[in-house]
Design a protein around this ligand. Sequence first.
Ligand code: SF4
Length: 703
Amino acid sequence: MNKTAVKLKQTTCPYCGVGCGIDVKVDGQALTQVTGSSEHPANYGRLCVKGSSVLETNDVSGRLLQPMIGDSQVSWDEAINHVASGFNKVIEEFGPQAVAFYVSGQLLTEDYYVANKLMKGYIGSANIDTNSRLCMSSAVAGYKRAFGSDTVPCNYEDLEDTDLLVLTGSNAAWTHPVLFQRMERAKLLNPDMKVVVIDPRQSATTELADLHIAIKPGSDVALFNGLLNYLHQHDCIDQNYVNSFTEGFETALANSQQWTIERVAEYCDLPLEQVTTYYQWFAKSPTAITFYCMGVNQSSQGTDKCNAIINCHLATGKVGKKGSGPFSITGQPNAMGGREVGGLANMLAAHMDIGNPQHREYVQTFWRSPRIPEQVGSKAVDMFAKVKSGEIKAIWIMATNPVVSLPNGNEVAQALKDCPLVVVSDCNENTDTSEWANVRLPATGWSEKNGTVTNSERRISRQRGIMPPSGQAKHDWQIICDVAKAMGFASGFKFGHPAEIFDEHARLSGYENNGSRDFDITGLAGLSEAEYDKLRPIQWPVNRENPNGCARMFENGRFYTKSGKAQFITTEAKAPVQQTCKDYPFVCNSGRVRDQWHTMTRTGKAAKLTAHVSEAFVAIHPADAEKLNLVDGQIAQLTSKFGRALLRVQLDAGQRKGDVFVPMHWNKQFASQANINRLFAPVVDPISGQPELKHAAVAIEAY
Ligand code: SF4
């Protein structure tokens, strides 16, 4: 009897930014079981239902298995040459600004690294941006303004070791379930720990709250400026910390003094007692974490919101200290890894900046590349506007579905329809975006991909290749390198294994660094393939000073600004851009449901996951529904200036009157009429470029 050994392989969950470790049982050619890795510090054995159902979504149904030009199957050589010559032709005729890559937090760091290297170092444009622009770019900009670097200072253990946990703009119970389980346990073990949830609506997360602040959408800056003012009025500023380690306090304070508790309560539409209680708790708690996510970031003043939060932490010295800090949580499994390799249109690799001539020289010299762009590229929303206007004539979209996820999706679809060359590399055969592709390239998926990801606490983990590629699928990094070579850039892309790419990435992080940049993983350079394969989860920086990684940043009070001091940023409260009016009287908020992920291309395949919420809905307060003659369960039509959606009415007394909530997942395969992001205006934060996906003005009527 031919008996194959059962093996256990450790990898990482493909979904959210918690970055849980998963142990996979491999029986011959089949993956038979997944469990949470007991040793992985992100989850210590826990998994949420999405992670534990990952095998149900991992079959070949719906997979793109061979390269396609139009409706014809072609060889890889034909496809690669077609893409390379198409891009070269556009570049020759219209210059490098006429081409673009739109990439994804689903890519592994190694994929991201070569995509960024090709666009910035060889094509010579910075037109590479990522769906992470929709996720955490405001948090990046906020950190950079305050700390001089895109550095998440805290770690998951800090969440369990704090006196006050403030969750703002986050339904962590559904979006980051394993982290939320850790918060629940911390509260159970320490009933004195206070939990405040700032969210316009009631959610599964507010059930843990000692205080739920149902803030008026978009008014967050006033709330945090009011806190700064309160801390000063009540003598709760850590003057020693402020004097020693920060700059700009007096200006930020002067600006915040208009925000009395009474004015905040009125502006944010909150009971005075709620605001007072929150401020008192923050003032008297020796430690505090403010945990923030899309509700803060996806705003036309997302960056200011982040800095208004950070100001309060700096003023009380609640940064770089156990159980304290402003903690941005990423949505995607590798949004952080993308930031590390410069996968945003305004960044260079290894957390260097396009705007810094010395950084440009470092990167170009290290890469020995023919060119490096001097100007930042087009950020996501702007990129698709340029596709629409014809300024960008060739775009390569990797592992993402912007027709569903970007605002004003109807225009995005139209832009792709009219674009002369649209390349989509994806593991899925048929998405709302690939419908408009001239060329479709089959990419490997989870369990086949092999590389690294970085989670929300700066922890680099291996996502291991356990199964061979399905059909003719190739790894994204291989496809990009093949196209680069066919474009005539062979010298920079001779990689044969992701370990070689990771090594280059690690060495670049230390190049001309000398402690001047936060991202430094030179301690991980030079790994053999076997060592890379065995790499255990580790938090960057990993260098001579931190050979075993670094759990918490800024403990020494030294920041990466020119002066070495953290910066207070003066922020003004501004209303969201798209305001309600007579024709569009409701504020529409969008977000996730517990068991779905992004545009459902993967999670939509698992019956267990679709059973939780089987249909898209619009949650509306019963009093609003009554005025509109809507009853629970009927279909309603939502319209905005940008589009229309049909959704089932769900009466929800946890909604603020005048606000509705709609989940953002549904794609054309499940219910194209339920896609909500198409109703949002293509409005962005002027600093981060992140779209305002939490505030659309809509009308609602029975359908
Ligand atoms: Fe995966 Fe996130 Fe769930 Fe962990 S919490 S199992 S990373 S989806």
